[in-house]
Design a protein around this ligand. Structure first.
Ligand SMILES: [Zn+2]
Length: 139
């Protein structure tokens, strides 16, 4: 059963829905139904769908005041790297949502942002892996 909850950034004044789908197939199918241009998801293990890039059939929707969008994960493929990778996209979209378009990774989630998200996800996941068992991480 798909689980949903919300997360928020006080700094950006924005909140996001996090949806954990039962499987990768379900996540990919739901994401494509939600935003048809996300239709090449064979290598996608998680997905960030910001509101400011959603389409309603008449073009791009203006962002609601403080809603960032949906961050999607699959319960059968959720690991630290995927988890952290999608948060990079959400952070960049939150920054843009504030009207700050000077993310030097591009205006949308393009190749530069994708590369940055991969590097961040790998480094942060490796750091978490190395920290586990060495230090007590506060809840
Ligand atoms: Zn990505």
């Amino acid at each position: 059963m798909t689980q949903s909850f919300t997360i928020r950034s006080q700094t950006a004044g924005i909140w996001w829905t996090v949806r954990i789908h039962d499987s990768l197939d379900q996540m990919r199918a739901t994401a494509t139904r939600h935003r048809p241009r996300d239709n090449d998801l064979d290598n996608t293990m998680g997905l960030c769908q910001p509101t400011n890039y959603w389409e309603d059939g008449n073009g791009l929707c203006p962002p609601p005041h403080n809603y960032g969008g949906i961050i999607r994960y699959a319960a059968d493929w959720l690991d630290d790297e995927v988890f952290l990778h999608e948060i990079v996209h959400a952070a960049a979209a939150s920054y843009r949502h504030m009207g700050r378009l000077n993310v030097n990774l591009g205006r949308d989630c393009g190749r530069n942002e994708e590369l940055f998200a991969h590097i961040y996800g790998e480094l942060a996941a490796d750091l978490l892996w190395k920290l586990r068992g060495r230090v007590k991480i506060a809840a």
